[in-house]
Design a protein around this ligand. Structure first.
Ligand SMILES: Nc1ncnc2c1ncn2[C@@H]1O[C@H](COP(=O)(O)OP(=O)(O)OP(=O)(O)O)[C@@H](O)[C@H]1O
Ligand SMILES: [Mg+2]
Length: 243
């Protein structure tokens, strides 16, 4: 459903962030996109949702190429949950933040309500409906940002570091939430334990290129491979070091 072909990308200052990426992603896959800081994970996401303009190579979402004139359609199919929920939430009520995307699509208000309530029920956050998003905890904000994307009913969701900055219980809550979503998911993360838990395929980016691509077990249990890319085994696979 997602096909990336000979993709290269340099930022306007000349920095080459993506180098010759070729990938095919099938419907329903749950993929962890891993790699050291600066490996190119967020840059790849920005190209998929058209925040950065593709200059070389192509990205297809089903039969639709990602380009300026298809962006509206692409964003109906591909949703993205930003690393920082404050970049995604800006209304004064949770309900209105989740309703923002559907309202922007000029859907009837009763359809909007149905979408918002479904998203909130699915994520168990009905009780937050009238709260102010910027007053909520980091974990609550993260789940509301996910709801705001779910309300658009996308076929693919890209998550950028969904478990960063969360306490253990909020992290577990977000992991369970992600696991419950059955659409195609690509999760950019340093949380390899989460990847082990809820993903079936892992793609390692290294200096903007795909360094490895395979099953969770093949990639995440290969210590030598991981260390070549400045990564380590998931914590649950490491020997405890207790002083
Ligand atoms: N706006 C920009 N202009 C120039 N270079 C950029 C810009 N944004 C990112 N880069 C560079 O592109 C490379 C890839 O960055 P990117 O943010 O995609 O990495 P990442 O894998 O998401 O890293 P992290 O794990 O730290 O989030 C880095 O070398 C970064 O410095
Ligand atoms: Mg990033």
């Amino acid at each position: 459903m997602l096909k990336i072909d000979k993709l290269n990308y340099a930022y306007p200052d000349g920095h080459q962030a993506i180098r010759d990426i070729n990938l095919t992603i099938e419907e329903g896959e749950s993929i962890a996109l891993v790699g050291a800081n600066g490996a190119g994970k967020s840059s790849l996401f920005k190209l998929i949702v058209g925040v950065s303009e593709i200059k070389e190579g192509s990205i297809m979402v089903d039969e639709l190429a990602v380009e300026k004139k298809t962006l509206k359609d692409i964003r109906r199919r591909v949703g993205m949950v930003f690393q920082n929920p404050d970049d995604q939430l800006f209304m004064t009520k949770v309900y209105d933040d989740i309703a923002f995307g559907p309202r922007n699509e000029l859907l009837d208000e009763h359809v909007v309500e149905e979408r918002v309530v479904n998203a909130m029920e699915q994520l168990g956050i009905i009780h937050l409906r009238d709260r102010m998003p910027h007053r909520l905890s980091g974990g609550e904000k993260r789940v509301i940002a996910i709801a705001s994307v779910l309300a658009m009913d996308p076929r693919v969701i890209l998550f950028d570091e969904p478990t960063s900055f969360l306490d253990p219980q909020a992290r577990r809550n977000v992991i369970n939430t992600l696991d419950s979503l059955k659409m195609t998911k690509i999760i950019a993360t340093h949380d390899l334990d989460m990847a082990l838990d809820i993903c079936d395929r892992v793609i390692i980016l290294h200096h903007g290129s795909v360094f490895a691509d395979g099953s969770v077990k093949d990639i995440l249990l290969d210590e030598a491979l991981l260390s070549q890319c400045h990564l380590e085994l998931p914590l649950c696979m490491q020997k405890p070091r207790i002083r």
